[in-house]
Design a protein around this ligand. Structure first.
Ligand SMILES: *[C@@H]1O[C@H](CO)[C@@H](O)[C@H](O)[C@H]1NC(C)=O
Ligand SMILES: *[C@@H]1O[C@H](CO)[C@@H](O)[C@H](O)[C@H]1NC(C)=O
Ligand SMILES: *[C@@H]1O[C@H](CO)[C@@H](O)[C@H](O)[C@H]1NC(C)=O
Ligand SMILES: *[C@@H]1O[C@H](CO)[C@@H](O)[C@H](O)[C@H]1NC(C)=O
Ligand SMILES: *[C@@H]1O[C@H](CO)[C@@H](O)[C@H](O)[C@H]1NC(C)=O
Length: 351
């Protein structure tokens, strides 16, 4: 037999259960998920908040039961992003970042002379680790430099420290200088440098260069080594017979272009047709008939005095001995030696 009291009690319980209000869809929290997620929950039903991957809970309840009131309790759960290890410093390079939190990405660059061994960027993963692994900036290396044909290595130096180095391990900025073998001329830059790309700048070339035998100048001579051929940097010397002057350098050299650095010639001296005149030679007044009684050499210059009749003053005009010819200025008037009363232009006041 069932007690009426019990009956009443159980019907009351039943009434309470059906009279409780349902809970609504729970409040959404940033970076959290709710399970199970429904539009409505009966009183007594449980939900669990959990942080999304990459986020961790900080304080607050995670598990709730829908109360008879149908109102979810206030939720103080906070999901915050995971933080990856500090990665703000890259030796010999730089890191670009705004935060180290999930899901940020940071990027890397190396200083000149270093290269990135690894990737340009890394991402903070859900597990709070950098992926891929952080790179390093490794020093740029050049392979041992090739030596050009017909050349020898003369210097190998580090530009930064000015110290010589073993050419087997050339770092960025290292420099090697080459010299061509005798008779060979260099085309291109004699030095090569290990670049930031890990290669060398362009190699020079050494080519054998011959020059033709120099020809003897008229009224002169040329000396050169008695060999079957003349090569790059061989030298020849020139000279002239008496009364002739060398026009050009005394010594010439076989250039890398296979010609001689100059082609000197011998120039004749000038006989002076004027019998008597005061002229300026190398800044001094001289008597032309005495100073140049053996003639003027090619290239020598004098200044003749001329008269300006209207103004009764004198001025000078230049004359140069050019390969046997001295042109006397037209304004110069030579007085007959009998005309002793006439004043020579060189004695008239200058204009
Ligand atoms: C580059 O990185 C790889 C992998 O981390 C490593 O094995 C290698 O030694 C590094 N090279 C240099 C030059 O640092
Ligand atoms: C490097 O050394 C050479 C001689 O050994 C010297 O003439 C030159 O000035 C030095 N350069 C620097 C940058 O120290
Ligand atoms: C050779 O190259 C160096 C740098 O590598 C440069 O400073 C120099 O001016 C170059 N010389 C010539 C003749 O081009
Ligand atoms: C060196 O490498 C860089 C980059 O790969 C290239 O642009 C350059 O032409 C190379 N230099 C030489 C001399 O090969
Ligand atoms: C030698 O040859 C080079 C190249 O052809 C030319 O530029 C130069 O002027 C020549 N030199 C002489 C002295 O003729």
């Amino acid at each position: 037999m069932i007690s009426p009291v019990l009956l009443l009690f159980s019907s009351l319980l039943c009434h309470v259960a059906t009279a409780g209000r349902t809970c609504p869809k729970p409040e959404e929290l940033p970076f959290a998920t709710v399970t199970p997620l429904k539009l409505a929950y009966d009183p007594g039903e449980q939900i669990v908040y959990s942080c999304q991957p990459g986020y961790v809970s900080r304080g607050g309840m995670r598990r709730f039961t829908c109360p008879l009131s149908g109102i979810w309790p206030i939720n103080t759960l906070k999901c915050t992003p995971r933080v990856c290890p500090f990665a703000g410093i890259l030796p010999n390079g730089a890191v670009r970042y705004s935060t180290f939190e999930y899901p940020s990405t940071i990027s890397f660059a190396c200083n000149t002379g270093f290269y990135l061994n690894g990737t340009k960027s890394a991402r903070c993963t859900e597990e709070g680790k950098w992926s891929p692994d952080l790179p390093v900036c490794a020093p740029v290396n050049c392979p041992p430099p090739p030596t050009p044909k017909f050349a020898v290595l003369s210097i190998s130096k580090s530009l930064a420290t000015n110290s010589s180095f073993s050419i087997d391990s050339a770092l960025y900025g290292y420099k090697a200088v080459f010299k061509c073998l005798p008779h060979y001329a260099m085309f291109g830059n004699e030095s090569i440098t290990c670049t930031e790309h890990g290669n060398w700048t362009e190699l020079p070339e050494c080519r054998e260069v011959k020059c033709p035998f120099p020809s003897r100048p008229n009224n002169g001579f040329v000396n050169y080594p008695a060999k079957e051929a003349l090569y790059y940097q061989d030298k020849a010397t020139y000279g002239c017979h008496e009364k002739y002057v060398l026009d050009g350098p005394q010594e010439v050299e076989c250039t890398k272009f296979g010609n001689w650095s100059a082609q000197p010639s011998c120039k004749a001296s000038c006989s002076v047709s004027v019998k008597k005149a005061t002229v300026i030679f190398e800044g001094e007044r001289v008597k032309i008939q005495e100073k140049f009684k053996n003639g003027m050499l090619h290239g020598q210059k004098v200044s003749f005095f001329c008269k300006n009749k209207e103004k009764k003053c004198s001025y000078t005009e230049d004359a140069e001995c050019i390969d046997g010819t001295l042109e006397i200025p037209k304004c110069f008037k030579e007085h007959s030696s009998l005309a002793f009363w006439k004043t020579d232009a060189s004695d008239v006041k200058p204009c």
